[in-house]
Every structure is written in C-alpha cells, then in structure tokens.
Write a protein that binds this ligand. Sequence first.
Ligand code: CP
Ligand code: NVA
Length: 308
Amino acid sequence: MMKHFLSLSDAGGDAIAAMLNDAIDRKAARQDWPKGKTDSDAPLANHTLAMIFEKSSTRTRVSFDMAIRQLGGTSIVMDSGSMQLGRGETVADTARVLSRYADAIMIRTGDHSKIRELAAHASVPVINGLTDLSHPCQIMADLLTIIEHGKALPGLEVAWLGDGNNVLNSILEAAGLMKFNVRIGCPEGYEPDTGFVGLARKGGANVTLTRNPADAVRDADIVVTDTWISMGQDHAETKLQAMMPYQVNAALMSHAKSDALFMHCLPAHRGEEVTDEVLDGPQSVIWDEAENRLHAQKSVLRWCFGQI
Ligand code: CP
Ligand code: NVA
C-alpha cells in the first residue's frame, strides 16, 4: 500500500513514536559529521525526491534536500511558477508524470485539496510540506525537540498563542495521537479548524480555548506561537491589532512553568507574535526545532518507503 504523509493521522501514534526514535538514533549516529556526508547505511540510496514549492520556504526546502542526501538519495527542487503546473497543467497529470521520474514527491501548496489530488494520482509517496490546512512535518520536528529536551509527550501541557492556523491544526492532531493537552489563547474569529479540535478531543486530549493569554500559558510546559499572518493571507491591520494581546513576551512567559520551553516554527516576526527577549532567551529552543526538521523528515521519508 502507498504510504503518503499528508497528515499525522496517515501514520498514527505508534508509527510517529517509531519515527521519533529512529530520528533520535540517526541524529546521534552522525554527531559532528560534515552535513553533506551520507549516513553509513545509506537507506535510500538511488532514490530521488521531487519537491514542488508553490509558496516560499527556507527550512522545508533545505532540510528535505539535505534529508534525502544524508539518506543516500538525491533531490529535484521545483518552483511551481517555472513548471507547466504554473500555467495550467493539471495536478493529476503532474502527479502521473513526476511519478515516472521520481521515487517520492514533496509539495508545499495552498489549498489542501490540491495535495489530496496529487496523492490520488501519484504512484509514489506524497509528503505534505505545508498547506493552508496543516504542517505535519513541522510538528514531527517539534515533538522530537520536546523529547530531546527531556519532556515526555503524554500529559504535556502545550499553550498556543495567537492565530488558529495550519501549524496549530497539526499540533491538535498530534495531541490526540500522542496524548498531550493544548490550551489555546486566541482572539475571537481566529480559532483553529473545528475538525482538528474534535480530532484531538476524540483522541483523549484536553483542549481548552480562552481569550485570556495568561490563562492559556499558566503552568504550561511548552509555549508556542507562529506568525499572525500566514503565507497567502492579507497583511490586515485589524488582525494585527486583535493579536497584540497574545504576543509572547517575558511577562507572558512568566506565567508558564519555570522550565517551560518556548517554540516557534519560524520564520518569526520579531516584535509581533514574539519579542526578541523570548526568541533569544534561555527558554527558547527554536534553533534545535529548526535543525530537527532535517532529522525528523529523514524518518518520515524512511516511513514512506516502508523502512519504519
Ligand atoms: N517552518 C517552516 O516551514 O519554514 P519554511 O517556511 O522556511 O520552510
Ligand atoms: N503559518 C505559517 C507557517 C510558516 C512555516 C504559514 O503558513 O505561513
């Protein structure tokens, strides 16, 4: 059966736990190696990953490229604007063609229905590199970072501040699968997708929503935020105003547990959703989080090929 990674639920809790363990082992095995050196077992030797970007990216682009190289394979990176896809070739036909050249396809796009269509017509695994709905690869890296910093996932209290966006949707999905709780502090009208809230609760996660940012953060183990304006959204002044009380600053962080971690998928908008003092402060794990995109995605790739 084809193993697409469009959402965390495509893998499920047990496979996610196995992928995280694999990532920890592989990361440890290549400590201090040059980044371009292939892992000693080269598990995806002779495999090619094709990547399509319909939106900007720094981390996803470079971490997936390095991931497939470290696994022994190669990549082809394409911006949709320079592909026939950008001038009307259908997603289905693009999927059929790329499946003849590459062993897997990663795509970053807007409408989630596009990635579903790509997967439906591809005969190779398709990976979600972010859509307007979700960002599962980011959350794999986040879970890895949390574990690396000595915190167990079950029962963890995660506080999300700001916009109810694609990253929060995937955190909620992870909460149901890995059994942690999410407190959301967000202004009215910017709540996460109700389907993801329902999914988390169905999985046994405690999900609470408050308009009071201090209540969201109180005694939290993890404090997370993201840009208030996601790619493709209008830079609306009204939204920025509504978000301002949810800015993660030192005063807000003081309500969390003293050993709480601050996380952000990046890119950050310094002085908007988070202040420099928090981003660059002792509780911030943002650079580990960014690095772990590479390690977590190597395990996602291996899972897609049935190696995990
Ligand atoms: N966090 C993340 O996905 O970063 P990029 O947009 O740079 O890929
Ligand atoms: N929510 C952000 C995440 C960027 C990695 C966006 O979609 O732009």
